[in-house]
Design a protein around this ligand. Structure first.
Ligand code: ADP
Ligand code: ADP
Length: 230
């Protein structure tokens, strides 16, 4: 069974703009998928739907076998914690150090303190941040900040990681580093979905590529590239 399924999903905002038209796809456990398309093609709308920040106008979305339209309001926060997310802008707590930024994600789901003290150093070490526990985000490079964001997204062991333009603020070297980490995370069993504009990376990684154009899914290829439509 798929871990993510879009079934005839249409999203029309209340301005009248149709951001997605009848979108269908399935993503299976352990896949690594790029979602590409020019600005305004509906990529952010897809991410917001998957996080249930917005609801579709019609159609159904299933994540981890749950029909998102059937999630109760009281269940939404818990549902979101089961999906790891990273953004272009990192979204770290600026007045908290690296350790605290990651530990916070575990505290909110009430992981015992003794466990947090093991889990946080372990994931920071995987992300190559073992010597940065006490640094504030502002003292780190962009690449390091994105690795903290990845550590935070992954510390609770989500089945799915969503990355929305994760390399948008990074130079090519740091972008490659983040992509290598995403591939590593994927090899450990997490399903990874990456929204990006980065043609070089998409062409190099040779993963499944879903291409959006004006709200329509125009291609879905295994080992694809960044296509002509962009
Ligand atoms: P992308 O992430 O590919 O740039 P978006 O999903 O952000 O695309 O946008 C798709 C379309 O929906 C665009 O035409 C955009 O202007 C419109 N749109 C996005 N968010 C909103 C919103 N909150 N209200 C109205 N229109 C929106
Ligand atoms: P609490 O007792 O409030 O749960 P901890 O004992 O987990 O807090 O941590 C106290 C402070 O020490 C935190 O603010 C955190 O920044 C820091 N800290 C804890 N463990 C480490 C670590 N392995 N490396 C760096 N700083 C740490």
């Amino acid at each position: 069974t798929p871990v993510i399924r879009f079934d005839q999903v249409t999203k029309t905002y209340n301005t009248g703009t149709t951001a997605l038209s009848n979108v269908n796809f399935q993503i299976f456990k352990g896949e690594f998928v790029f979602i590409v398309g020019s600005s305004g093609s509906g990529k952010s709308t897809l991410i917001k739907l998957m996080l249930k920040e917005i609801s579709p106008t019609s159609g159904r979305i299933f994540v981890n076998r749950r029909d998102l339209s059937r999630l109760r309001r009281s269940q939404i926060a818990k549902y979101r914690r089961g999906v790891g997310v990273v953004f272009q802008s990192f979204r770290l707590l600026k007045d908290r150090n690296v350790y605290e930024n990651v530990a916070f994600a575990q505290r909110v789901i009430e992981i015992p303190a003794s466990q947090i003290k093991k889990n946080v150093p372990a994931i920071l070490s995987v992300m190559g941040l073992a010597d940065k526990h006490n640094s504030l985000p502002g003292e780190l490079s962009g690449g390091e900040q994105q690795r903290v964001a990845l550590a935070r997204a992954l510390v609770n062991n989500p089945a799915i990681l969503l990355a929305d333009e994760p390399t948008g603020n990074l130079d090519p070297k740091n972008s490659m580093e983040i992509m290598n980490l995403l591939e590593e995370i994927n090899k450990r069993g997490t399903t990874v979905v990456v929204v990006t504009h980065n043609k070089e990376i998409v062409d190099m990684m040779q993963k499944r590529v879903i291409t959006m154009n004006k709200g329509i899914l125009i291609s879905d290829e295994q080992k694809g590239g960044y296509t002509h439509a962009n």
